[in-house]
Design a protein around this ligand. Sequence first.
Ligand SMILES: C[S@@+](CC[C@H](N)C(=O)[O-])C[C@H]1O[C@@H](n2cnc3c(N)ncnc32)[C@H](O)[C@@H]1O
Length: 339
Amino acid sequence: MERWLAGEDVPLEQVAASVRAWVPFAADSPLYRLFATRIADDPALLGVLARIPSSPPINILFAAVQRLLSRDDALAAWYPRLAGDARPAEPAAYEAFRGFVLEREADVLAFGSRRTQTNEVRRCAVLMPVIAAALGERGWDGPVHAIDVGASAGLGLLMDTVAYRYDGTRIGASPLTLDCENRGAFDLPVAPPAFATRTGLDLAPVDATDPEQAAWLEALVWPEQTDRLERLRAAIALRASADITMVAGDAAVTLPAVAEALPPGPIVLWHSIALYQLPDDALDAVDDAVVAVAARRPLVRVAFEPQPGGGADLRVGLRPRETAPVALAHTHGVWIDRP
Ligand SMILES: C[S@@+](CC[C@H](N)C(=O)[O-])C[C@H]1O[C@@H](n2cnc3c(N)ncnc32)[C@H](O)[C@@H]1O
């Protein structure tokens, strides 16, 4: 999606082109696909999008509407999360959506500077076996210090707290169970790795204990993804009693002091769908910081990131771009497979 400087002067053709380019990304949401397709030919709605400064504006618009929408609004009839028996995506849905946005334009634009930081706890289900194997290979049997780079709200740091179900195999016991297809028949541990400490590094940590920030995380989940919404709510509830430290700032800058301050013991550092948008020099800076920490104490790094050719993979190594993948995985943790 192209970026633009938000304001009255943004050419609407440019906004429309960006919306059209976004439509294929909405493959999983019939409602958003319909809305985006129609918005691209609707100057009034394109005008609203042009005044949203955060990127991508279409995601912000859709999340703002979900944040504002209540069961009593006519539009709610098409949102599965609000209407048990939601109506299918149809032209009337777009008319209701359009009416809602134009009527609540000022309220929608009030969310225009929010970030589109999502946090998908199910990614733990593909990270966990890879991390367990990496720790096992190094003979690190005891609790390790966990560091999640680009942790958002820190839900990935619940990795040792949630339960897992890989096809028929259950691991752990928890109010939250993550399902994952073990397509690659990876070895599974009898229990998730134990963490001595849990630290999340993020440019702008999300405080999921703040009801408004939690509500925004929920609003970013697409309307048809009701299972994802339930998982998010369960993870936020677990997060409330988990001992997790969040550190704000660029991980390349914050990591050295964070690692230095940890008690002795090995570190497992990972990142999931977090660093792929960084330019090469910023990635180099993160790599250099990790390598410097690893020179002083035992550290293993696991990267779970989308790849330029499509799909996402997992790599174990201090400089993941120089390392071959050990697994492929669905970006939301639905399955894990061999490369
Ligand atoms: C799409 S979210 C992914 C969150 C989480 N890892 C997950 O899997 O659900 C990416 C996060 O990475 C953070 N991020 C990006 N670059 C970063 C950097 N250089 N240092 C720290 N955090 C960064 C963003 O602020 C954002 O919260």
